[in-house]
Design a protein around this ligand. Structure first.
Ligand SMILES: Cc1cc2nc3c(=O)[nH]c(=O)nc-3n(C[C@H](O)[C@H](O)[C@H](O)COP(=O)(O)OP(=O)(O)OC[C@H]3O[C@@H](n4cnc5c(N)ncnc54)[C@H](O)[C@@H]3O)c2cc1C
Length: 514
């Protein structure tokens, strides 16, 4: 049989936030990629405005959190206000349980993308080919041939890879070439996004404020690196043509009490909101991720982050399959897990949009203002709550009281040699079983253990901090977080996936999920 020759393991189309995280995740696992990106320059418009602790944990695991932290700012709180000064809703940001504080940060997307590109530039596994546009895709049982056109020379190059991922944004050519439909709606209302440079600080500038109003709801948010953003809808009768120059845009800001003493306008753009999803995220060996797979309104601050989470998910799964550690069927869990998560954030964004646009019924508004059933223990709003998977490579049941599908908290732990670090740093990137003051391997049948061994799992006992450790495979729960978290869900042991979601627990069966 003739040996297959590949130019790289994976081809990535598009080097926006999703393509970047895909390439970085594959590189972290030693998987090579060729990236085709149409534009050399980063898209200059500051689109996404926030990242949260889940996304920062991904950055941490990719080794890029420290440079990113230098170009983003902590977010203080979120509030929904009426113009008369009434506060409709407020979300304070308690410390994160995921090992990254605070829970949310304000970003300036072009700066953050530039930082991520710098980090990726030092990775020999990533070969970025700028000025190249996707020209064709052909796949067979063994791989994918990706054709890209050099926009400067109008010549076409073919590369042969095992898998390809379309990270080429909302108008994805990958999606079109796969003949995949983008189902859903685009709203009629056009929004103007005004990005400004701050000239002087004003009170509560760092409170993310949604000015909630039927006619002119406004997003008012501090971005990092001295930038500030206002987003507002055009009223019936207003068009783009009415707001071409800064002079035409200024009255919109002045109506909000913002003056030339506060900011200078840097740029403005117009856009419409979409609630759309590709009807499938995979055709054979080609996957879709990020805006190529889903588009959502901005109200939950989750569009870019959902793409980055897709990227991290397909990245570690593809790496496992390419290294022969995971069966190829494992890749089916990508869409099974990521689609419901993207749908959840899309729906959340739609609901938050209704608050901002003051479209709630009286009953809905009353429910929003009602005190929580247990005021001492209020539920966390879904926008900031720790992530939970609703389906996928998990051994259920999945419910409010089940630990399965939840992301493990990330406290600082101590290892047996006295090293203190955040949990993920000490766990590395493999599957890990954690036992609450017990070696989790002792809770498994021989068959269950063989299953986890085949995935290269580690077995670690989590010890309370008032105890000597006895062996190398123990971690000390210095902050007293991990043990109580397991006990809260009546679990003695859990199996964590490389992305630190709980795949299985002894309470519902510790065998490797199907
Ligand atoms: C006003 C606004 C506010 C937003 N606010 C938020 C927010 O607060 N939080 C949040 O998480 N998200 C937010 N988003 C969404 C966020 O910006 C996008 O979800 C995110 O940029 C998508 O990343 P991506 O990499 O999937 O796609 P893109 O950023 O669109 O990147 C796609 C890349 O592919 C390249 N490309 C395209 N076609 C080809 C081709 N044929 N060949 C080669 N290369 C190609 C493009 O040049 C581009 O570099 C907002 C968006 C807007 C418009």
């Amino acid at each position: 049989m003739q040996e297959q020759r590949y130019d790289a393991d994976v081809a990535i189309v598009g080097y926006g936030p999703t393509g970047l995280i895909t390439a970085l995740t594959l590189a972290k696992h030693g998987i090579s990629s060729i990236v085709f990106e149409r534009h050399k320059d980063i898209y200059p418009r500051a689109r996404a405005v926030t990242v949260n602790d889940w996304t920062m944990r991904i950055f941490q695991n990719l080794g890029v959190d420290e440079p990113v932290l230098k170009c983003i700012d902590p977010q203080r709180a979120l509030r929904w206000m009426r113009y008369d000064g009434t506060e409709i809703m407020r979300i304070e940001l308690p410390p994160s349980t995921l090992g990254v504080t605070p829970r949310q940060f304000n970003i300036y997307q072009p700066t953050m993308e530039a930082t991520l590109r710098e980090c990726a530039a030092s990775r020999p596994e990533i070969d970025v080919r700028y000025g190249m546009e996707l020209a064709g895709l052909a796949q067979d049982d063994d791989g994918v041939t990706v054709s890209a056109r050099d926009l400067a020379t109008d010549t076409t190059t073919d590369v042969r890879v095992r898998y390809a991922i379309g990270c080429d944004g909302g108008s994805s050519a990958t999606r079109s070439m796969l003949d995949v439909k983008l189902l859903g709606d685009t709203l009629d209302v056009q929004w103007i996004v005004i990005d400004c440079r701050v000239k002087r600080w004003w009170p509560d500038r760092n409170l993310l404020t949604f000015w909630s109003d039927k006619e002119r709801p406004v997003v008012d948010i501090a971005l990092s690196a001295g930038n500030h953003r206002w987003e507002l809808p055009l009223k019936p009768g207003e068009t783009e043509a009415d707001f071409q120059t800064n002079e035409q845009v200024w009255p919109l800001l002045k109506a909000l009490g913002v003056t030339e003493d506060d900011v200078e306008i840097h740029q403005h753009a117009f856009y419409r909101h979409h609630t759309r999803m590709a009807d499938t995220w995979r055709v054979g060996r080609v996957f879709l991720a990020g805006d190529a797979a889903h588009l959502m309104p901005p109200w939950a601050g989750a569009g870019m982050q959902t793409g980055m989470r897709d990227a991290y998910d397909i990245g570690w799964k593809l790496a496992g399959v390419l290294k022969g550690e995971l069966p190829a069927q494992f890749l089916d869990s990508y869409e099974a897990e990521r689609r419901p998560n993207a749908a959840f954030f899309t729906q959340l964004a739609v609901e938050l949009g209704r608050v901002i646009k003051q479209e709630l019924s009286e009953e809905e508004q009353a429910a929003l203002n009602a005190p929580p059933p247990d005021p001492a223990n209020p539920p966390e709003p879904p926008m900031i709550a720790p992530p939970v998977l609703a389906s996928g490579w998990l051994r259920g049941p999945l419910s409010d009281t089940s630990i399965v599908g939840r992301m493990a908290p990330q406290p600082t732990m101590g290892d047996t040699r006295g090293v203190m670090a955040r949990l993920d740093t000490l766990l590395g990137h493999r599957f890990v079983l954690l036992g609450d003051d017990v070696d989790p391997a002792t809770l498994l049948t021989a068959e269950q253990k063989a299953g986890w061994d085949a995935l290269g799992a580690r077995y670690i006992a989590v010890r309370p901090q008032d105890r000597h450790t006895q062996g190398p495979d123990e971690l000390v729960d210095l902050e007293g977080v991990l043990g109580p978290w397991l006990r809260k869900y009546q679990a003695r042991a859990v199996a964590l996936r490389p992305d630190r979601f709980v795949a299985a627990a002894d309470v519902s069966g510790l065998a490797v999920p199907a």
